[in-house]
Design a protein around this ligand. Structure first.
Ligand code: ATP
Ligand code: MG
Length: 870
């Protein structure tokens, strides 16, 4: 069975059990501080399990793109080495939100596997939760009894808390689970060791394929458990592992999900898969990682230097490194795999198809830049090796190479090993741990349980229509982080506060009770569908009625920037072309930032046209046409623009100003005239094929022009108020260039004269032409002079001192032959005499310099240097 059909059969099966089929959510998480990437099928539904919102159906099924490279699930180091863990994989899942429970979940899983897919019952094992003393939980008897009906008891195995008790996090929903494992070994192997002994033992051919989680408890902050009022089912089956079973192969990489990619790698690199384990690992790493990186980019997450972007960059670099080291690929090639990947996945995941060009460009540029880093690193490492005596490099140096230059330690190790060297691993690990620890501490968060003030109040956002409203607190909790200290998170029945999202910052403002108690809201965020108001203190009386007031000025500025962002987006597509797609957006009160796909630097004319385009629409005073709760299809039919990587519900809000229509949840001005003016402040590159514009609007532009104007008059003033200031500056520049040329010539003449003079002063000491003197020349001049004199004789020993207000310098030049023959060392001379001028320095045996601060030391230095000749 082809992988396409395997996926389709899963969805069809659960559709027949009245599940609603939904598309995969984007892999990059938003609005969840605990998770960067979706790492399991349930993550997009977290808010429903937490009770913050209702799903559109209480039975849902899908295939979800997952990424397991950080945090609780991190399989990165396994990938490539084993044959069944991936960074990015698809998780097939079916869900019950307070609907069916263990009975149906188990029966359907069995039916699908054995009847629909026709998996041989004799290769299946299942596990059930054995209980845990720590939590006072007993065996999951209910699951055991259900399994007993369909599978022989010797195939039901007990699992401990680690394997068979699922938890969402340190707090929240949790419950026992039942896993389904397959044993795909040969009959001979089976005869040697019973499968039951290999379950959960990391055997490559006895693997878990499906996990059925039964959520029935809630873990509280004090670690105790309470029963959930509604019970849920969350299942996850690894698609690639299922394909391995159904296609009767022994590795995920031998399924048709991966073979086309592997064939392409073989073709490009001229190697063969299956001949040499090291090469095979590299091929698997690359075949896996190109998927993870491509899908991330398609979902809007580009490689970068922070957070999620950095994770993606690291995955890609790992692939490049394996190609570089084991496949001997020193030029970009991973981007060339995207074509095949698209052919394979583009049908099930259209985002892949539509973003192919961008994905290729971004990967290629990343490859180029990391290959340069590797080249540079090799040079640096060479230097480190040369400067090390003995055969162990310090861990600190290896850490520096990694931390500062991005040169990975395993590559360092490999190169060292080839030269029979090693490095101090312990020291390296310590430095790495220290750095990691710093990051962890800063973000570590301690959260108390939510305190419920008002039951059963759903939160409603009213901030599109009003900035001030009477509200009641429904729940709150205290949290603490190293960075921000103690804070409170407040949730209300109603709120005018816009939570950070869609690139727009969260509202600030305050809460006030009738008796005048005021609490400031310093930020508003959305977490798992809750609108959270962040404060530094808790209101005195949590049961009071509050007036919630949004900071109007900030909101007004932010709204101007948001609407201007839409107009900018429209302008870019109009002026540069429809290949322009939004790749990132930040709407602050003070400025806006917009990242978009485009392949070359914008010209001055283009930038001017864009500004003019936006300003024309501002002057046109276009009214806001807002439509809420529209079916997605209707909005799209109007020509609304949707963004890749954005998760839209069934109904959306569309925002229209003239011809600009976007799906958007942000806050906007009522009329484009309210923006006043739009001014681009900068344009530049952020990644291959991605440009960034930063711009300002509204009162920020007034300030901008006022500041510039002031600067202009100040400049004019300095130039004695010429009529044409631009011409005056340009003349000044020309004049300056001419003067510089003249000075250069003068200095050259001076050096020539000086050279004649100095030659006359040379003394013969001990068979050496010796001179020690103070001269008045810049450092470069001294160096030239010394080397010119050096070119004329080969027994020269020169020692120069110079002093100006800020610095004292000593320079020593010794003819190479002389230094070699007599063991003179200019470096030693300046190091030792440098002490007299309270400084230090060094260099080579034939040329060295030292800098210091004490001109009083010069006479002594000039006097003592002759000792080095004698
Ligand atoms: P394992 O012990 O094999 O790592 P797991 O216990 O981490 O699996 P779950 O978190 O229960 O797995 O995920 C549900 C299913 O997703 C698994 O049964 C498996 O089929 C699949 N799966 C999990 N991790 C990966 C991965 N890194 N690559 C591919 N499939 C995976
Ligand atoms: Mg795992």
């Amino acid at each position: 069975m082809k992988s396409q059909d395997i996926r389709a059969k899963f969805l069809d099966f659960f559709e027949s059990k009245t599940h609603q089929i939904v598309p995969s959510a984007p892999m990059v998480m938003k609005n969840d501080p605990t998770l960067m990437f979706i790492n399991s099928g349930m993550a997009p539904f977290k808010e429903y399990f937490l009770g913050n919102g209702t799903p559109k159906s209480n039975r849902i099924a899908d295939t979800q793109k997952c990424l397991r490279v950080s945090g609780k699930h991190n399989d990165l180091e396994e990938v490539g080495y084993d044959t069944y863990h991936h960074t990015m994989f698809e998780m097939l899942g079916n869900w019950s939100f307070g609907d069916y429970f263990k009975k149906e979940a188990i029966a359907w899983a069995w039916e699908l596997l054995t009847e629909v897919y026709g998996v041989d019952k004799d290769i299946l094992y299942v596990t059930v939760f054995e209980g845990s003393d720590e939590d006072g939980l007993k065996l999951d008897q209910e699951a055991y009894d259900l399994w007993k009906e369909i599978i022989p008891e010797d195939r039901i195995l007990m699992g401990n808390k680690d394997d068979n008790f699922w938890e969402m996090g340190s707090q929240g929903p949790c419950g026992p689970c039942s896993e389904i494992h397959v044993d795909i070994r040969s009959d001979e192997e089976k005869a040697k060791t019973p499968g039951a002994e290999l379950v959960n033992m990391d055997h490559p051919h006895v693997v878990e394929i499906w996990n059925l989680v039964f959520m029935q408890y809630n873990r509280k902050a004090d670690k105790s458990l309470e029963k959930l009022s509604a019970q849920h089912v969350d299942t996850g089956m690894g698609f690639e592992r299922l394909c391995m079973v159904l296609q009767d192969v022994k590795s995920n990489y031998d399924t048709d999900v991966f073979t086309p990619i592997i064939r392409e790698i073989e073709a490009i690199t001229n190697v063969e898969y299956g001949k040499d384990e090291k090469v095979d690992i590299a091929i698997r790493v690359i075949a896996d990682h190109v998927r993870a990186v491509s899908f991330s980019i398609a979902d809007g997450q580009l490689p970068s230097n922070n957070a999620a972007g950095y994770v993606i960059r690291r995955i890609l670099r790992r692939a490049i490194r394996y190609g570089f080291t084991f496949l001997n690929k020193k030029e970009p090639f991973i981007y060339r795999l995207v074509d095949v990947l698209d052919k394979k996945m583009g049908i099930a995941f259209p985002e892949m198809k539509e973003q192919k060009q961008l994905i290729q460009n971004v990967i290629k540029e990343e490859e180029n830049s990391f290959l340069r880093t590797l080249d540079q690193g090799l040079v640096l490492l060479d230097r480190v090796i040369k400067n090390t005596s003995g055969n162990e490099i310090s861990g600190k140096k290896v850490f520096e190479l990694k931390d500062t230059y991005g040169f990975p330690e395993d590559l360092t190790e490999l190169i060292l090993r080839e030269r029979d060297l090693s490095y101090n691993k312990e020291e390296f690990e310590k430095l790495l741990e220290k750095q990691k620890g710093k990051g962890r501490e800063a973000t570590a968060i301690v959260a108390d349980d939510w305190v419920t003030v008002l039951e059963d109040e759903d939160e409603e956002f009213v901030g599109y229509d009003t900035l001030e409203v009477d509200v009641k607190l429904t729940r709150y909790r205290k949290i603490e982080t190293k960075k921000d200290g103690v804070q409170y998170q407040l949730v209300f029945n109603l709120t005018p506060f816009y939570p950070e999202g869609g690139g727009q910052v969260g509202d600030k403002g305050y809460l006030q009770t009738q008796d005048g108690d005021i609490v400031y809201v310093i930020d508003t965020k959305k977490e798992n569908n809750l609108i959270i108001h962040i404060t530094k203190t808790l209101p005195k009386n949590v049961n009071a009625a509050f007036k919630a007031v949004v900071d109007e000025k900030q909101r007004q500025r932010t709204a101007a920037n948001h609407t201007a962002t839409h107009l900018l987006h429209q302008a870019l597509r109009e002026i540069l072309g429809t290949h322009v797609e939004q790749k990132g957006s930040a709407v602050h009160s003070k400025y806006l930032r917009f990242d978009f796909s485009h392949f070359s630097k914008l010209t001055v004319e283009e930038l001017r046209d864009i500004e003019d385009f936006v300003n024309a629409r501002i002057e046109g005073k276009l009214p806001l046409e807002e439509k809420r709760n529209r079916p997605v299809a209707d909005a799209m039919a109007d020509g609304a623009m949707a963004l890749f990587g954005e998760k839209y519900g069934d109904t959306v809000r569309s925002i229209r100003f003239g011809q600009s229509i976007e799906l958007c949840g942000g806050t906007h001005v009522q009329n484009t005239g309210d923006i006043w003016h739009f001014k681009i402040k900068s344009e530049g590159a952020v990644a291959a094929g991605i440009r960034r514009i930063e711009a300002i609007t509204f009162d920020a532009t007034r300030e901008f022009y006022a500041t510039n104007n002031r600067a202009y008059y100040e400049i004019k003033d300095v130039l004695n108020n010429p009529k044409d200031a631009v011409k005056a500056v340009s003349d000044l520049k020309d004049e300056n260039a001419q003067l510089r040329k003249q000075i250069e010539n003068l200095l050259k003449d001076k050096a020539k004269n000086l050279k004649g003079e100095l030659k006359g002063q040379l003394q013969e000491v001990n068979g050496v032409q010796f001179l020690a003197t103070k001269i008045d020349l810049d450092q470069n001049g001294i160096k030239n002079l010394a080397f010119e004199l050096g070119g004329e004789m080969n027994n020269l020993f020169l020692f120069f001192a110079t002093a100006n207000e800020s610095k004292v310098m000593l320079t020593c030049y010794i003819s190479k032959e002389l230094a070699a023959e007599r063991g003179y060392d200019a470096g030693k001379v300046v190091r030792e005499l440098g002490k007299l001028i309270h400084g230090g320095g060094g260099g080579q045996a034939f040329f060295a310099t030292a800098g210091g601060k004490n001109p009083g030391g010069i006479p002594k230095a000039l006097e003592r240097v002759i000792e080095y000749v004698k």
